[in-house]
Design a binder for this molecule. Structure first.
Ligand code: F6P
Length: 412
């Protein structure tokens, strides 16, 4: 017989997803939904992020519905809606959100998002006392989670957000595959990787064999550009098959001789409601400068949405369920305004609730790649970063065929 006297029977928890999708969102929704149902909550899904709480609202009932957490993206859909006044939309739409929370009788909201979506949740909690729990999500991995990484006895403040492990694996595979084409044509391939403000995701390409990397944290000024091109030439000539893969984050700031400015490359002039412009195109610029200045064939390629889409990988699957276990703890203690996080970098087998904690949503902010993870003189990720990534991706993985066929000399 079904027990109707569960602790939170009669209460409703709603889940919302905002910002760019990741392969781990459905897994997060499913895990949170299952655990909240177990506690007795009726579970709703708010569609299209904060937009689903505007106007008449757009809310679904997820209770006891079939779900596929391995399927990437978000079944609740997403948007980059900011109900607070912004430059793009000066109207204060928070009263609509508050009214809908009442109309739908929502007692707690769990917001799956990065710093924008969770930033709105935090403000609702602080200003209006709305019970919220933030749940981390980003392929860029730049949302502070205070996850500590011990490398050679030194504690490094790292970040580990659901979505990143699957995306990093995708970037690793992409870079690993592209090597065979780079080698066949003795080319340099400049591979663009998402990452607006941080280079965390770019490191996946190094695991796929990319030899060099440019990340947003270190801008390429006029002087650095000359040095970078020298290093590219050296690295190319040293490479056994005369080929290179260079991964470049979309948010890299690059010196442009025509404008005499160091800036990012914009994909469009639009900005979203959180004030973010769209970046894209840096790989083409870097590739053409390599071709023109070094006389080596270079091509641009973009991993784009490949990293963000597709199935949830195993590490993410277990990470999301582990963090959802921590959500249960927060719900039981009615400890709102918190976000579950991993305490330390963990191997797959150690992804367990006892390795989690929560941080105050007031601490949510952007956390770029720490300097110790990147060697600015070699334009590549450091051993410390490779160690960090090995918790998630285990070993570097790429296609490899070392051939050295004897040369045939004709008998004249
Ligand atoms: O926020 C994650 C992210 O993937 C960024 O790396 C990228 O700049 C942005 O989303 C692009 O999002 P969209 O194409 O959906 O506007």
């Amino acid at each position: 017989m079904r027990c109707e006297h569960k602790l939170f029977h009669g209460k409703t928890l709603a889940i919302l997803t905002g910002g760019g999708d990741t392969p781990a969102i459905n897994s997060s929704i499913e895990a949170i939904r299952n655990r909240a149902s177990f506690l007795g909550y009726k579970v709703y899904g708010i569609r299209h992020g904060w937009k689903g709480l505007l106007g008449n609202g757009d809310v679904l009932d997820l209770t006891n519905q079939p779900y596929d957490g391995f399927y990437g993206g978000t079944a609740l859909r997403s948007s980059r809606t900011n109900p607070f006044p912004s430059n793009k939309n000066p109207e204060d739409r928070v009263p609509q959100v508050l009214r809908n929370l009442e109309r739908y009788k929502i007692d707690v909201i769990v917001t799956i998002g990065g710093d924008d979506t969770n930033g709105v949740a935090k403000a609702l909690y602080e200003k209006y006392n709305i019970p919220v729990i933030g749940f981390p999500k980003t392929i860029d991995n730049d949302l502070r989670t205070r996850t500590m990484h011990n490398f050679n006895g030194k504690e490094i403040e790292a970040v580990l957000c659901p979505g990143f492990p699957s995306a990093a694996k995708g970037v690793m595979e992409y870079a690993g595959r592209i090597r065979t084409t780079a080698e066949s044509h003795s080319r340099i391939i400049v591979l663009e990787v998402m990452g607006r403000d941080a280079g965390w995701l770019n490191g996946g390409a190094s695991f796929g064999g990319a030899e060099m990397a440019l990340i947003p944290e270190f801008e390429i000024t006029k002087e650095r550009k000359d040095f970078f091109l020298e290093c590219v030439k050296e690295e190319y000539l040293r490479s056994p098959k005369k080929s290179l893969v260079i991964s470049v984050s979309e948010g890299v700031r690059w010196y442009d001789a025509v404008t005499d400015k160091t800036d990012v490359v914009y994909a469009s002039s639009e900005v979203d409601e959180f004030g973010h412009p769209r970046f894209g195109g840096i790989s083409g610029i870097v590739a053409s400068e390599i071709s023109n200045k070094l006389g080596i064939q270079a091509r641009a390629e973009s991993t784009g949405y490949y990293a963000r889409s597709g199935e949830c990988r195993l590490y993410d699957r277990r990470l999301t369920t582990t963090l959802a276990d921590k959500v249960v703890d927060l719900l039981l203690r009615e400890d709102y305004g918190q976000m579950p996080v991993l305490k330390k970098t963990c191997k797959y087998q150690e992804l367990e609730e006892f390795n989690t904690t929560s941080i105050d949503m007031g601490e949510i902010c952007n956390h770029p790649l720490p300097g110790v993870y990147y060697d600015i003189n070699k334009f590549r990720f450091s051993d410390a970063y490779m160690d960090f990534m090995s918790y998630i991706l285990e070993k570097p993985h790429f296609l490899k065929f070392d051939y050295d066929f004897p040369v045939v000399i004709p008998e004249d």
